[in-house]
Design a protein around this ligand. Structure first.
Ligand code: SAH
Ligand code: SF4
Length: 369
């Protein structure tokens, strides 16, 4: 078996069957996958880890995804939207501490007022940072015009997880209506490419009804879509959501974590030059989960810059960590932890996806476009 794993890992192109075998290895043999991924990472993207200061802009959402704690149907949530000045303060903090980039994430809204508000925010963030802060958005499905408008205002990366690349599984995780449509989500990913973003997607790992075969297909989906960035993490149940009823059918949290580690490592192996995030959900299941993910392939981390008083209202899942730590408490601690796991923080560098530049033939820029 061990030789078999080694042989598979030496192949130039892994197919679905190979990926299923690798995803199914025990923890001992998984180390071979991690070692290979670490090697590929070192060769292709080096050991730098890039910070993206995360701002959770609003938990108001028109959608009702079955897994998510802030779904519109959850009446227990106190809804908030950050004030412009609060986002700008986070941007100033990121800029002052050399983070080089930020991510603005939000529940999905698409009213003209919302679209405009975000556009204005982007322009202001660019202005206060001399055009130097890179901005990633994660605001769900929008029209082509909106994506284009936000791109022109200064956002240059966008995260939109497909959540589950199998249409059949996707349908089990979302209401069956017009605003939760699988084809539309795929279309949105294409629109993001068309409008010039570095495009990131991802899935949740360890979902109810999900099998190894689905995860192998997810990896192949990323490769076929030729994505620039990925953010994946374990599914973590939330009491006030419909999927909670399947909690007893889930694989254990430890297994979900290991499977997430394998997904990160395998993605690094099959798409060697993309950016991969070490996600907060991995930290939720293991106190050094993000650092472990960095060791096996991830190269981006998103320290939370949301003002502390709002954080307990942005609980997409249970036990979310760091909800009572000020951003300034995190920097040194995170920097040390990353070093301990062989990484080095790329302060002041955008650390854009190398894959994006290869894919588009554009010349890599570092800060300011
Ligand atoms: N509304 C936007 C962005 C915010 S949600 C969107 O949906 O694209 C960001 C991500 O949180 C989602 O893509 C989903 O993958 C993740 N998420 C939501 N609920 C989760 C849960 N219970 N466990 C793990 N991840 C979850
Ligand atoms: Fe809204 Fe995103 Fe949560 Fe779905 S996952 S309910 S779109 S915040």
């Amino acid at each position: 078996m061990e030789n078999n794993i080694k042989q598979i890992l030496e192949k130039d192109r892994l197919n679905k069957e190979d990926l299923i075998t690798l995803l199914g290895t025990n923890e001992e043999r998984a180390k071979l996958i991690y070692a290979r991924a670490a090697e590929v990472k070192q060769q292709m993207v080096g050991n730098k880890v890039y910070f993206r200061g995360l701002v959770e802009y609003s938990n108001i959402c028109t959608k009702n995804c079955y897994y998510c704690g802030v779904r519109s149907g959850n009446k227990k949530v106190n809804r908030y939207t950050l004030h412009e000045e609060e986002v700008l303060a986070a941007a100033r903090f990121a800029y002052a501490h050399n983070y080089a980039s930020m991510v603005i994430q939000s529940g999905e809204l698409s009213s003209p007022a919302f679209v405009k508000r975000i556009g204005k925010l982007l322009t202001k963030i660019k202005k206060i940072s001399n055009g130097e802060l890179g901005i990633t958005l994660s605001m769900g499905e929008q029209t082509e015009e909106t994506y284009r408008y936000w791109r022109e205002c200064g956002a240059h990366r966008y995260l939109l997880r497909i959540e589950a690349s199998s249409p059949e599984l996707y349908r089990k995780l979302h209401p069956n209506d017009k605003i939760h449509n699988y084809e539309q989500r795929i279309e949105a990913l294409h629109l993001l490419k068309k409008t010039g973003y570095q495009v990131g997607t991802g899935v949740m790992i360890g979902l109810p009804f999900q099998r190894l075969e689905h995860l192998a297909d997810d990896l192949i989906f990323f490769r076929d879509l030729d994505i620039d960035m990925a953010g994946m993490g374990p599914y973590i149940e939330h009491e006030d959501t419909p999927l909670y009823q399947y909690k007893d059918q889930l694989i254990s949290k430890r297994e979900r974590f290991t499977l997430s580690m394998k997904m990160v490592a395998l993605l690094r192996i099959i798409m060697n030059d993309i950016n991969i995030a070490a996600t907060t959900a991995m930290q939720t299941l293991d106190p050094v989960g993000r650092e472990k993910a960095i060791k096996v392939g991830a190269n981006v981390i998103m320290p939370n810059l949301t003002p502390v008083s709002y954080r307990q209202n942005y609980l997409l899942y249970e036990d979310k960590p760091c909800i009572d730590e000020e951003a300034s408490d995190c920097i040194e601690c995170l920097d040390n932890r990353i070093r301990m796991y062989g990484g080095e923080v790329g302060y002041g560098e955008w650390g854009d996806s190398k894959h994006y530049y290869k894919r588009t033939g554009k010349t890599e820029v570092n800060q300011k476009e």
